[in-house]
Design a protein around this ligand. Sequence first.
Ligand code: G6P
Length: 592
Amino acid sequence: MCGIFGYVGHDRNAADLVLRGLKKLEYRGYDSWGVAVGHRDQVVLEKRTGKIGDAVPDLPASAIGIGHTRWATHGGVTEHNAHPHLDCAGRLALIHNGIVSNYRELREPLVRSGHRFRSETDTEVVAHLIEECLAATPAGPEQLVTATMTAFRRLRGLNAIAVADVRTRQIAAAKSGSPLVLGWSDHGHLLASDFSALLEHTRRVTFVEDRQAVLLSRERCRVFDADTGRELTPAITEVEWEAAATELSGYPDYMTKEIHEQPAVLRRLAEAGGEHARRLAAMIRDAGDVFVIGCGTASHAALAAQYLLARIAGRRVTVASASEFPYLGDFVGEGALVVALSQSGETIDVIDAVRAARQRGARIAAMVNVEGSTLWRLADLTVPLGAGPERCVLATKSFTAKLAILLLTAYELADEAAAAATLIERAADEIERLLADDRRDLIRHVAEAIHTREHLFVIGRGPSYPLALEAALKVKEVSYIHAEGFAGGDLKHGVIALIEPGTPCLVLAPRDETYDDIMAGAMQVKARGAMLIGVSPEPHEAFDYHIPVADLGPATAILNAPPAQLLGYYLALLRGHDPDKPRNLAKSVTVK
Ligand code: G6P
């Protein structure tokens, strides 16, 4: 939540450079944004509510700048509350990601000593606190970072802060919990919440660890232990993602692009995912209890893991939403394995759950997309999703990538690894066909038929149940239509009361042992007037619309994902919503 970007170097176009960085971070929050640069030793600021869009900053030339894109926690969505926040003298500009949980007790003495507050945020207190600390720190090249560390040590909560001192042309930052990455480029030094925002400048990065502080100037970039003040040697990593992978490449939006990238991602995994799956399978084999956790879409992949591992490999695993997992902590101990699923590798509930499990002696395996993310670095075994940057807030290709790795792992456990790779390749071919042929138009047509409805229900049984949950999530988060996914058998235990004539109901009916029962449930809602949209290899007279999908045995789960992704997409367009940035959401949820 919230994107941080900072630059100090030789390029005097800092405002443009920072704004470009913020656009890449907008998936982290997009209710307001702001950029600050230095001009004649004073901060000059531009802040606006809403998405960045085509905004061009109206700021003076400067070689130092910081910027922020916000997902509001404390204080409404207003220009005053947008970051950066300034000290009283207009010398410091501060940006923040996280929550300062003790901000009220910090603010009182600052107000008493005359600091003027201009916002309702928890963040602004940090700007004034650093201002105080700066005044109490002896002058010298490390004055800013020393003051920042002193202030940082007084903050409670999980935070990343960055402050630009336009007088000394330095940026200092510190973090605990929220991500922060340094970029080393030929023209200067950068920092951002996510390295993909740095790729147009450099692939040489340093992942800042918790309780570290950094000091950036045009010439140098230094890292410190934020608790002791001791200087550390920064570890520089070369990341693999290409800058071009973050561009739209001719697609109208990231959601379309990422849906269409699925076949390529699946083929790469079929070819190269085997080794990772082997390692994960070995860990699962050696473990006692195995827990699979995730949030949002990743929690649906975790539920799919339960079915795939049970049915293909006869391995029982316990699945939990990562945010609920700590309450099951008593069962986690020595010999247990926690498999954490996360696209971003930064979701706070996942990170917290993993840290707690590790303390209890569990081993950690992680399926993560973002290279170098917190979860990536934390795990005993990291299985890369290899899906490339996912910018649309809705998870699409990272979801099917997780399913593919789970399938590889389940078949590996059953000593049938080669079968999985073939299935995944066939799934890639099938998705490619679906995205190119008239089923796309059919799905658009279904969206036209239902886009004014209030509710949508999705049912699936067995391995299709997690897919029903995921289909409903896709539709509701991007179209704002109330959509609910259910296990087919649960439908008549209450939900059926909501079925009215014309209520759309998406039925996932693969040709497996769930077919007869799911169709029986579908007929019961049909009898009460529901409009049935069948996603199935088989046509059925009860379907008002039939979206044919191939029959790929256990890999059919992968095929069941794209139709709902497209349905959500078309519904969003028909209802006039931005498919990449749905209201109130953020892609990376780094606060509780
Ligand atoms: C947010 C996003 C979802 C995502 C979830 C977990 O809620 O909007 O799309 O599934 O976080 O994210 P992760 O990065 O851990 O997979």
